[in-house]
Design a protein around this ligand. Structure first.
Ligand SMILES: [Zn+2]
Length: 187
């Protein structure tokens, strides 16, 4: 896992400079086909207050099939979950591959077999990043949730990620947690 760091210093979330003690990890995916981890820096290194962007969002990291980009210090309070989860969880976005579109929350024209190789790489990188966070903050796989689970727990906004995507590859958040748990015992 190649990890690069480049803080979003122009983002209002970075400037707010609130600190948290991470007690969990929230997994997101971008719902934006083909925009890779490094590309998000220019899109999000902007200020809502200055009118440079229409979204007040900020996440700790993005990852794709090749690399991880850290955009906030891990103990910085992110603006990723639209609820109290921001006070407790480190967050990262999994970038989605190109070659399909969205209608509402639905992936349209997504052919899992064509994207299996990409999916397996981001899956591995996501497991590895979660293992890294678990070791850093004394967490386990049980402390990992995704956005839609956060909504069910009433600590995050109503988004489908990542369960609109993982099942297309025969996976779920439960199988993801199992994979992290296994990696934690090996490493
Ligand atoms: Zn999300």
């Amino acid at each position: 896992m190649k990890l690069y760091t480049n803080y979003l210093t122009e983002n209002d979330c970075y400037k707010a400079n609130k600190k948290i003690t991470p007690t969990g990890i929230m997994v997101h995916s971008t719902a934006t086909p083909g925009v890779m981890a490094k590309d998000w820096f220019n899109l999000w290194n902007r200020s809502y207050e200055k009118g440079e962007t229409d979204r007040e969002v900020c996440v700790h990291a993005f990852l794709d099939d090749k690399e991880v980009w850290q955009y906030l210090p891990w103990d910085h309070r992110g603006w990723h979950g639209g609820g109290p989860v921001n006070n407790t969880h480190i967050s990262f976005e999994i970038c989605e591959p190109s070659g399909f579109t969205y209608i509402g929350n639905e992936m349209v024209g997504y052919v899992p077999s064509q994207h299996e190789e990409y999916f397996r790489k981001v899956w591995e990188n996501s497991v590895e990043l979660c293992v890294y966070f678990c070791k850093l903050y004394g967490l386990t796989e049980k402390d990992i949730i995704t956005h839609c689970e956060g909504y069910e727990m009433s600590i995050a906004s109503n988004h489908m990620d990542v369960m609109h995507w993982f099942p297309k590859h025969g996976e779920s958040m439960d199988s993801f947690r199992v994979a992290v748990g296994k990696a934690l015992t090996i490493i």
